[in-house]
Ligand binder design. Sequence first.
Ligand code: SF4
Length: 309
Amino acid sequence: MKAVVLFSGGLDSMLALKLIQAQGIEAIPVRIATPFLKHEEVEWVKPIEVSLGEEYLELVKRPKHGYGKHLNPCIDCRIEMYRVAKRIMEERGAEFVVTGEVLDQRPMSQNYQALKLMEREAGLEGLILRPLSAKVLEPTIVERKGLVKREMLYGIRGRSRRVQLELAKKFGLTEFKSPSGGCLLTDPSFSRRLKALMRHKPDFGIGDVELLKVGRHFMFEGWLVVGRNERENSRIEELAGEGDTLLSVEGYPGPTALLKGEGLELAARIVARYSDAPRGVLVTVSVKGRGRLTVIPMEDEELRKFMVL
Ligand code: SF4
């Protein structure tokens, strides 16, 4: 018998995988990345990798079931992940799906109502087994048929990690991250930037999201991203697309910056502000492919009007 295991690399999904393998079931681990979520590599698991792209952005822009505390559309996101798992389950001839979800561990997507709703919307009713919480949930089809031994599963509920840590010890797992620790949509400062981008450019794409992950951000008629170190400067150059403008300061150390849209002079004054040029002097800013501009660096008071915090 085979089961698709949604595997994030966090402790709960590792334990779910171990618990299902302990019953002699062939596990097919699947790891799903989103534009906002990168997983840690886990040496002992080689999962099928699936990346959600532009279609995922649609659910972030207009989540049917709303956002959590920040811009995390966890219910819609999980439904999408369940759908991927269902597709792989059907392709690989597996009987059910396994997740590391724990009842009431996370307020938005792991309460009883949400778990039921997500299963229903993904067309997986009765087919998602959650080994860590199975005993406090209704038996799934495979449990009812006796194909999975319910007595070997757990009844964990809530946020305490005590049982998971004991289980980790039992299975010899020593390296793991907290659940969903890597999702930028739960990060308050990234969510603020994303909100600003949604207002500024409602039809934003994957390239815009990548840009949002680096640098300082300023929004006016245009959107300016200013590198904070060498690594970010290089990344900004890599991300520059057709129609974007790259700026840098001449004669003083300073950042690389990328402007999308209008407002070149204002952008140049901001870039000059982040260079080592003394305040109040004229600074030459080079505009890649378009010559140069001489400007006075922007004062901090004015800068704050445009900065996305
Ligand atoms: S935390 Fe991020 S990856 Fe996890 S369910 Fe929510 S939106 Fe999806």
